[in-house]
Design a protein around this ligand. Structure first.
Ligand code: ATP
Ligand code: MG
Length: 558
């Protein structure tokens, strides 16, 4: 990793530099706080690059903290996948991962202290009543009839809430702030609710669970976080974050700063909706290569370097951050261009017999695995009597300016000879099934005499090519904003209506023999076709499986 890899001067960097310069902080300490209720997606990748990237840039540290206060939806599987994804992206957290549930006892004790100070009370309004009392954006709320209980009574009730004396949902603990506040988040927010749900770490120890805002502020302070970075929807929660820290006895007061959420067109960045794709079997799992999850993008062949480059490009600001998929694909392609070795593969084979192939005369050449990286080595490109080319590199009735093969025309086989098509063999229906071509033996490594042959096509010796399954992926959705399309009735349509029915095709293809030597997750450029990766799970040396990561050019709009 190097320091150039992170987003340039943005407002959060300016704040940090000022804090370091003024001596407000000697070291910076950030955190990445996912809720373990799903796999991480591209939006989280941006947040990871920001939080871990800032720690890296300013020689600080970044914690990984699981914000596990909603036990219904959380699980160890998600914890495991999140750790794996952060590491795969190239980052290291400070010490052991933290869990908000590690602080349940502290959070409880701070709540008791707030009650004793007259700053929190046990309420008995049900959810519907609470909504009515809350008021609206334009009208103040009303005080709950339970708001004026004594500290003793509140303490007794809260202790008994914890002890399991009351049914789920029958009582809450609320902060006593201001029911008339212009900021609805300050209208006596609930900080504890009763919920008998098994927790992935604390089991059945607790039947009351703290709410997000309360938990988050205190967790940040316990961990001595200096800069608590979150997305813009939390801007109006900041006064509550500050209120909590100002009203409990805790050292340090982390500062919250907000930046805009990344949204990716033709995609979805919501764990809840991604979960729906998984549970309704629209995809094979969270790590399906079509998913915008970190694990899906990994399986698709995206690289950590490419994702970091993308995060840098999308930048950090408070303005809208809606990004076209081509920006992501462009960053991935750009990074793979330099890092991927090349091979040839034929996806839709058309067989050719080289009629003047002569074992004694016709030679093979070797070619570098990468045009600019000698250290990647070379491989032999064997030739034989039968070869495969791509079906669409031949045309019976070519359009004007056709530079590939046609009857009587010539083309160069990449790293090999110029060949001429002498005869076309068709089946009864008129489909081209084989070509007979001649080799110009005087063209290996040199130009043909007296004429120009412009076209160069990729090919494979049929004798040496190895079969490989190739999975061609397209975008998962057919519209830019699948979750924001409204019907005639003005209601949002289900985003699953906009799934691309052709987002994956598996074909039987051929590749160079090197395909039989590769480990899973090895990336290659198939010349003229795109970037491919051996599948993380299904690939074996005996039966290679490649996933298309991204095509060579942005072909989406033409
Ligand atoms: P989702 O709606 O997908 O569940 P979330 O914000 O609820 O997202 P968390 O697990 O709470 O998910 O997020 C962990 C961190 O990642 C938070 O700091 C959050 O702000 C950040 N984050 C989540 N989604 C995005 C996004 N699209 N762009 C930038 N940061 C994001
Ligand atoms: Mg969340």
């Amino acid at each position: 990793m190097n320091k150039e890899q992170f987003a340039d001067n943005h407002f959060i960097r300016t704040i940090i530099e000022d804090d370091l310069a003024s001596g407000k902080h000697k070291h910076i300490h950030t955190r990445f706080p996912p809720e373990p209720n799903g796999y991480l997606h591209i939006g989280h990748a941006k947040s990871i690059c920001l939080n871990f990237g800032l720690a890296y840039l300013y020689d600080g540290v970044c914690n990984l903290r699981f914000d596990d206060t909603n036990p219904e939806k959380e699980s160890d599987e998600y914890v495991r996948s999140i750790k794996e994804d952060v590491q795969w992206l190239g980052f290291h957290w400070e010490g052991e991962p933290h869990f908000a549930s590690d602080y349940f006892e502290d959070l409880y004790n701070y709540a008791v202290a707030l009650i004793k100070d007259g700053k929190a009370y046990v309420d008995e309004l049900n959810a519907e009543e609470m909504r009515q009392y809350r008021g609206t954006l334009t009208e103040p709320g009303k005080d709950s009839p339970y708001r004026s209980r004594s500290a003793e009574e509140n303490l007794d009730l809260f202790t008994r809430m914890r002890a399991g004396e009351f049914p789920d949902g029958s009582k809450t603990l609320r902060l006593k702030i201001d029911m008339a506040s212009g900021n609805i988040n300050l209208r006596d927010p609930v900080i504890y609710r009763i919920r008998r749900v098994h927790h992935h770490r604390t089991g059945d120890k607790w039947c009351i669970y703290p709410m997000y805002d309360y938990t988050h502020a205190i967790s940040d302070a316990i961990e001595n976080i200096t800069h608590s970075l979150c997305t813009l929807e939390f801007e109006s929660h900041r006064p509550l974050y500050d209120w909590v820290l100002d009203n409990i006895a805790i050292d340090g007061h982390p500062r919250q700063y907000e930046f805009s959420r990344l949204e990716l067109l033709y995609s979805i960045t919501s764990k809840r909706k991604l979960n729906q794709l998984v549970t309704e079997n629209h995809v094979s799992g969270w790590d399906d290569p079509r998913m915008p999850t970190v694990s899906g993008m990994r399986r698709r062949g995206y690289t950590p370097e490419g994702l970091r480059l993308f995060s840098k490009r999308v930048g950090i600001s408070k303005s809208e951050n809606v990004v076209d998929m081509s920006v992501l694909e462009g960053a991935i392609r750009e990074e793979l261009e330099d890092s991927s070795p090349r091979m040839m593969a034929v996806l839709n084979p058309l067989k050719i017999e080289l009629i003047n192939y002569d074992e004694a005369l016709t030679q093979s050449r070797s070619a570098p695995f990468h045009p600019h990286h000698e250290e990647m080595g070379e491989r032999e490109i064997p030739i034989a009597r039968h070869i495969y080319i791509e079906q669409d590199d031949f045309s019976l009735n070519p359009p004007p300016k056709w530079q590939r093969l046609t009857v009587g025309g010539e083309v160069r086989l990449r790293y090999s000879y110029v060949i001429k098509c002498e005869e076309v063999i068709t089946d009864e229906a008129g489909n081209v099934i084989e070509l007979k071509c001649s080799i110009d033996h005087d063209t290996l490594g040199k130009k043909p005499e007296g004429r120009k042959v412009k076209g160069v096509i990729h090919w494979l010796s049929a004798e040496h090519a190895v079969p490989a399954a190739v999975r061609l992926y397209e975008r998962l959705f057919t519209v830019e904003r699948p979750d924001a399309v409204r019907g005639d009735d003005g209601e949002y349509k289900p985003f699953t209506e906009f799934l691309n029915q052709h987002s994956v095709t598996e074909i039987d293809a051929y590749a160079e023999a090197v395909a039989n030597t590769l480990a899973p997750e090895t990336r290659f450029q198939f010349e003229r076709l795109g970037y491919f990766v051996t599948d993380r799970y299904d690939h074996t040396t005996d039966a290679p499986v490649f996933n298309r990561t991204v095509s060579l050019k942005d072909s989406w709009h033409d």
